[in-house]
Design a protein around this ligand. Sequence first.
Ligand code: AHR
Length: 504
Amino acid sequence: MKATVTAHARYIVSEIDPRLYGSFIEHLGRAVYTGIYEPGHATADEHGMRRDVIDLVRELNVPIVRYPGGNFVSAYNWEDGVGPKEQRPVRLDLAWHTSESNEVGLHEFADWCSSVGTEMMMAVNLGSRGLDEARNLLEYTNHPGGSYWSDMRIQNGRTEPFDIKLWCLGNEMDGPWQIGHKTADEYGRLAHETAKAMRAFDKSLELVVCGSSNAKMATYPSWEATVLDHTYNEVDYISLHMYFDNKAGDTANYLAQSQKLDDYIVSVAGVIDFIKAKKRSSKTVYISFDEWNVWYHSAEQDKKILGGAEGWPFAPPLLEDIYNFEDVLQVGLILNTFIRRSNVVRIACLAQLVNVIAPIMTEPNGAAWRQTTFYPYLFASLYGRGRALDLSVDSPTYSASAVGEVPSLDVSAVHDTETGHVAFFIVNRSDAPVRAEFSIEGFGETAPVIVDHQVMTHADLRAVNSAAHPDNVVPKRGEGARIDGSRLSADFAGYSYQMIRIKV
Ligand code: AHR
C-alpha cells in the first residue's frame, strides 16, 4: 500500500506553545510518595526527592506540570502543606479514599519543579472551598512580601515569590464524583468571580476554566457554552480531559479513537467561537487539554485495592497502568492530533508523570524505569517544538466500527525554524505495511538530509517494560529512509511508530 505526504514551509497550522507537552502530578497513589519523594531512597537529594526520577523527568524536558490534582484538589487545603513538616496534619483524602501526610506541599513541589526544570500549573480548590482560598493562595505564592500571606511564605523559608502564572479554576467540576460538584451555572458564576478576584491581584495571570471531563458527559457540550458564557472575558483557556482504553481488546477500534479526540476538540472550538461572537469579543479563548492518556490496565487491581482497603491507606499503588507496545501507537496518535490542532489546543498535560498512569515507574526503595509510552512523548516533547505544518496526506484507510474510515498512516510534522529541522511523527495504525513518499516543498534550494530516524515496532502488541526488563520496548535507529532531491521515502511496517527528522 502507498501513501503520499506533502509538507510545504508556508502551509502552517500554528506556532506551537511548548506547553503542549506538559504533564501532571497529583497527590494520588504513589505519584508523590515513593514516586518523586522518598527520603530514604539511595538517590534521594537533600529534600528527599528521588534523583533517579528527576533525571528521567529532565530527559523528557517537560515544560509545565499541573499540581496538586485532579480530583484530589477538590477537598484539599493548601495550608496543610506549608510550614514545619512536623506540624502538618494528616488528612483523609476523600477523592481516592487514602491518607495524605502533607509531607510534600507547595514549597517542596516548587523546589522539585526547579530541579526538573519545569513550571508549575497550579489548581485551586473550587469544590469544598472557593474564592477566598484561591486569592489567599495567590497572595502566598506571588506577592513579594509585606502582607499576611506573603509574609507567611517568607517565614516558611521562601523569600522570593513562586510567581506562578498559570492557574486552573478547580478540576472536572462537571463530574458528579467531584467533591463539591456544581451545575454549569453554579460553577460558571464561581469561576467568574474567582477569576475576577485573581485578576484584581494580577491582570497578567493565565486562567483555565473547567470544560467537560470527557465527551461522553451528558452535560457536554452545553456545559462549555454555559461556563464560557459566564467567564469568557476573564479566562484564557477552557480545560478538556479524555482517557483512552482498549477494554474490548479490539486494536483496530482502539487505534481509531483519536478521531473522537479530534471531533471533541473541533466541537469545543466551535463552542468557543459561538460564545466569542455572542460576546462580540475580540479575545480568543484556547483549549488546555490538561488530562489525557491511556487508562484501563489497572482497573481490576484498583477495584481490589479500594474495595479491600482497611481504613485509609497511605500511598497505595493506585492507577498503576503498565503500558504495552499498542499504547505507544495510541500515545503517538494522540500527540499527532494535538500537533495538528495546535492552533486551538495551546496546552496539554499527559496525565500523569510518575507511577499513576505514567510514563515513569518506580519501585519503593528500588529502580525507576521508562514505560513504553515514555518514548513517543519524549520525541514529541524534544522535537515537536516550532511550527506545526499543515500537511496534505493521502493514505490508505481502514474502517473502524466506532468512528468509520480512518487513515492507516497518521502523520504530523513540526518545523523548528531555529535548527532548520523538520520532524515527522508517523504512526501506522493498521496491520498492513505502507510505503510513503514525502514531498518537501518551499524550504529552499538545498536538498534535505536525514538527521535522525527512530522506529518502534514489536512482534507482540502486548509487550511491556518492567524493572527487570526495562528495554523490552524501546526505539531503534531506523534504516531504509531515502532522500532523492526534495523527496523522502520510507517504509512503515504494520503497527509501527516512527520519528524522522530532516534538515531542510
Ligand atoms: O488523572 C486521574 C484522575 O482523572 C484525575 O484525578 C481526575 O481529574 C480525572 O478524572
